[in-house]
Design a protein around this ligand. Sequence first.
Ligand code: HEC
Length: 230
Amino acid sequence: MKRFFIATLLLAGGSAHASTPEQRGFQVFRQICSSCHSLNYVTYSDLTGLGVSVPDIKSYASQHQVPDGLDEDGDPKTRPAHPSDHIGSPYPSESMARMANHGGLPPDFSRLALTQEGGPQRIIHILKSYTAPPAGTKLPLGAFYNTAMPHLHIAMPQPLHDGQVKYADGTTATIPQMANDVTAFLNWTARPHLKARHQTGIFVLAYLAGLAVLLGILKRRVWKRLKSPE
Ligand code: HEC
């Protein structure tokens, strides 16, 4: 009986596999933001750093086309992306991106968490600040009311809506939840090697501390011998 309970618990735990905010944020990026925004400095295989499996990365990459020289008639060719390719823009050029967004240009996400004025908190704030405009508000063509913006409008249509993604780990996808998660992901893309750097830092500090202790012992031994002239 006891064994049965443990087995059930293990099964339940396995199906509701908990994800990190960064992993959930990647899901938001993949399903929503990537239809307009690029990650020009991040490769598909960089996502292994987030715990995305290699088969997943291969299938994700293969769903995207990248430029591949010219065909016999001189027309541009494309091929499915490889894991080593960058997660490029969904638009073939900047002018096409602007055309699709009423003149606005969706910024590249690679370093946005570092370059955005106000940082990650500001990104979360913008994502949560879409509301219906007060009666009588006149918005420029292709602009959307957003109370976080200085002029109260932005060229990005509201990207997040409650329940828009179905999180693999069962987390309820509210707007604030998705805003926090996708921003955690943007923070990770801006500093993909941060964790590795912290780990290296801790290793180096521990090594230096160990060395200091050994040198201390050595110094005492040497001086002891010098001070006692037998
Ligand atoms: C339909 C296309 C589209 C989608 C989908 C989209 N964006 Fe945008 N985004 C834009 C455009 C266009 C701009 C430029 C806005 C401007 O210049 O006013 C922008 C700008 C931004 C900015 C910069 C805001 C600023 O300070 O000017 C952030 C941050 C951002 N998007 C985050 C996101 C996130 C996160 C998602 C996914 C949850 C997302 N976007 C989905 C089109 C989109």
